[in-house]
Design a protein around this ligand. Structure first.
Ligand code: AMP
Ligand code: MG
Length: 481
């Protein structure tokens, strides 16, 4: 590994140095060897992955630390938070010379644990491990994980569950909530911290006339792109608190997430989200709300030669990029999923008509697009109670595609429509087996989700392709992890 120890160069008020506290009886869960290769892990490093992913081996080149941050949780100011159960154990260079954080989740109590035990359970670890892998393979910017370990040591939640640790990778663990913490508790650090964020993550902004405004615009645009991609693959993050969104627009901290099955825009996957704040359909507007909250922390960075009111207005203008960026990517992506040309004036309306059918007929989002792609129109129609609505959609759809280069459109469709997503019941099956020390289903799902756009008959099971029947209770997912 090649280390690039840069977070440690920030003022120590921003973190607390702390070593991991291993769990008893650590055992191998799963290892992502391809990711380790991409991160320049040596053969020796790879041979020691269980020790590294269980906190037993730390690196001489990096002093592990817990970051402090704050945040708005479910719309309310939550005050100081921070890494309560995760440690930054290294920053290393990948094959493209990008700096990647290695963050060990479940590594024990830290100064920021509040009433928590500093641990993670196997259940949520497997969910995060597989989802990070799935999102990356789907082309959605996201954290990922080199590997996870299980343990003989139990961790108390509603019941006693096996404890686990996961070595998470991300291009950035700096959250919107970092700025909120600094702004509230140590405002004198804000200029230096912001400058470092720009140097590390948006160096192209250094040359702009106003680097901070340029940085803010980029963060806003990248967040909008990320959320447009969530919407397109049907991903509901579940806890879009400001401490769970980072400044590079890569998906982070998605405990109670879900990939939507039947198309229900107001679907709440997270049973701890009583008001439905983080439903699938709310994600774009919550992203906007979070960024607006974040922009407020930049007000005090008004340059000396700038009028303060003008500065506030200019920050607000940065946020005006959010909606058009989101819509541009969402519309392009949706038209691609539909196999419709983006330049055609009726394409987006036609896509919306298809989504309305999925919603009113409660059809599976992922499989319905695959059926459309396979031209299995009769199969979709047979699942519809309102067959006329589908026929009228289909005639508009075929009209738009007539005289187009359908071969090219179909090829684009195949790149945009996954055959497989991680359904809650798929993850649940893998968890139940893993809790009995059988990681074969984690392995199967890992392989299946490595190539989500390719049909893999030798790996797939019937359950991967459909929601559970409506009379079977849904898998319950909550913030407990
Ligand atoms: P999350 O909802 O998982 O993003 O966590 C919100 C905050 O609670 C973060 O500061 C976490 O570090 C902290 N936290 C969550 N679970 C635990 C735990 N078991 N022990 C200590 N801190 C925790
Ligand atoms: Mg979090």
């Amino acid at each position: 590994m090649y280390f690039n120890d840069r977070y440690n160069s920030l003022p120590p008020r921003l973190y607390d140095r702390q070593t991991p506290k291993p769990l008893h009886g650590a055992k191998a869960g799963h290892f992502n060897a391809a990711l380790a290769d991409g991160l320049n892990w040596s053969e020796d490093d790879k041979a020691q992955w269980v020790e590294i992913c269980s906190g037993q081996k730390i690196f001489a080149e990096f002093e592990p630390l817990a970051m402090v941050y704050a945040g708005h949780q479910f719309g309310q100011w939550a005050g100081q938070l921070g890494d309560g159960r995760g440690l930054l154990i290294a920053q290393i260079l990948d094959k493209h010379n990008n700096t990647i954080d290695l963050h060990l989740k479940g590594a024990g109590k830290t100064r920021y644990s509040r009433s928590g035990d500093g641990r993670a359970v196997l259940r949520s670890t497997i969910r995060e491990y597989l989802a990070g892998h799935a999102l990356n393979a789907l082309g959605v910017a996201s954290s990922n994980s080199v590997g996870f370990t299980s343990s003989a040591q139990g961790v108390q939640r509603e019941t006693l569950e096996p404890g686990a640790m996961m070595l998470r990778t991300s291009d950035c663990h700096i959250r919107l909530g970092h700025f909120e913490w600094i702004n509230q508790f140590q405002p004198d650090l804000l200029p230096e911290f912001t400058q470092k964020c720009i140097e590390w993550h948006y160096p192209e902004c250094l040359d702009a006339e106003q680097p901070i405004l340029s940085f803010a615009t980029k963060v806003i645009q990248r967040t909008a792109v990320m959320i447009s991609k969530w919407q397109l693959v049907g991903f509901a993050h579940g806890v879009m608190n400001t401490d769970n969104l980072n400044i590079t627009g890569s998906t982070l901290d998605f405990g109670p997430y879900g990939f939507m099955e039947r198309f229900r825009p107001n679907w709440i996957n997270n049973h701890s989200d009583h008001s439905g704040r983080y439903t699938y359909q709310n994600q774009p507007s919550i992203g906007h709300w979070n960024l607006w909250t974040w922009l407020n922390t930049l007000i005090s960075l008004c340059p000396n030669d700038y009028n303060k009111e003008q500065w506030k207005q200019d920050l607000a203008v940065c946020l005006e990029h959010y909606e058009p960026t989101f819509l541009e990517y969402y519309k392009l992506g949706l038209n691609q999923k539909m196999g419709l040309p983006s330049f055609h004036k009726d394409s987006f309306d036609c896509a919306m008509a298809f989504l309305r059918i999925l919603q009113s007929e409660q059809l599976d989002y992922t499989q319905s697009f695959i059926r459309l792609q396979n031209k299995d129109y009769e199969v979709i129609k047979d699942d519809c109670l309102d067959r006329r609505a589908f026929e009228s959609f289909l005639s508009q759809y075929e009209n738009i595609r007539e005289f187009q280069d359908v071969e090219a459109l179909d090829a684009d469709m195949a790149k945009a429509n996954p055959q497989y997503i991680l359904r809650n019941h798929m993850a649940q099956k893998a968890i139940e087996l893993a809790e009995r020390d059988d990681f074969s289903e984690v392995e199967r799902l890992f392989n299946l989700l490595s190539n989500p756009f390719s049909k893999q008959p030798e790996l797939e099971r019937k359950e991967d392709l459909a929601p559970l029947p409506s009379d079977v209770p849904e898998v319950m997912v909550s913030c407990s992890s």
